[in-house]
Design a protein around this ligand. Structure first.
Ligand SMILES: Cc1cc2nc3c(=O)[nH]c(=O)nc-3n(C[C@H](O)[C@H](O)[C@H](O)COP(=O)(O)O)c2cc1C
Length: 190
């Protein structure tokens, strides 16, 4: 059994990404396909802008925050990015966190929970696929795409998904388990 890392991409005060990620964490635990689930909040991780002198593929990290980030991502077998769409793209904090590392991402599947207005964050998801494949991650087709997300945030700032969103999360978790198992030999060889 393996470990899933759920990355909260938005770091803004008052972000809706956190309650959405907390909901998805609950779905992942109920699903049971992963023995462990790590909710990785980029606001808590608190990386500065990329400040390593060496290319990350060398793994010669000089900063403690990079070593800690490396260990956190190396410790998971599959990932889900819970991500907003900013100006038709992915948010800068997520790209920065990805750029810090290299081999830690390799041969891991990644699913996307995206949200926004009419686009449901799908433009950001399409844009980040070319980033993650450069790092040899495998992006899933199955996705949780949440349109008009504000309508699913209640008065207590909690996320209240409709049944379409819940069904999509189950489908994505099923596929994440399958692809994680298929990629495991490649990770073991690497
Ligand atoms: C800088 C910025 C740019 C945005 N651009 C988009 C956009 O291109 N598409 C969209 O659907 N929503 C856009 N929004 C609205 C976001 O979907 C909404 O603010 C959402 O709450 C952002 O996620 P967060 O609260 O987790 O940061 C934008 C919001 C911000 C702050």
């Amino acid at each position: 059994m393996s470990k899933l890392g759920i990355i909260v991409a938005s770091t803004r005060p008052g972000r809706i990404g956190l309650p959405i990620a907390q909901w998805f964490e609950g779905e992942a635990r109920t699903h049971g396909g992963f023995a462990e689930v790590d909710l990785i909040d980029l606001a808590e991780v608190g990386l500065p802008f990329m400040d390593e002198p060496n290319h990350p593929r060398l793994g010669q990290y000089t900063k403690q925050h990079t070593k800690d980030w490396s260990a956190r991502i190396a410790g998971v077998d599959a990932l889900v990015f819970v991500m907003p769409e900013y100006n038709y793209g992915y948010n800068a904090e997520l790209k920065n966190a990805i750029d810090f590392l290299h081999n830690e991402w390799k041969y891991k599947p990644v699913g996307f929970v995206s949200y926004g207005g009419v686009s449901a964050g799908t433009r950001a998801v399409q844009a980040i696929k070319q980033v993650v494949t450069t790092l040899k991650m495998t992006p899933l087709f199955e996705a949780v795409s949440i349109p008009f997300v504000q309508q699913m945030i209640d008065d207590e700032a909690q996320f209240q998904p409709n049944e379409i969103v819940v069904a999509a999360s189950k489908a994505m978790l099923d596929e994440l388990v399958r692809v994680e198992a298929a990629l495991r030999p490649l990770r073991e060889d690497a």
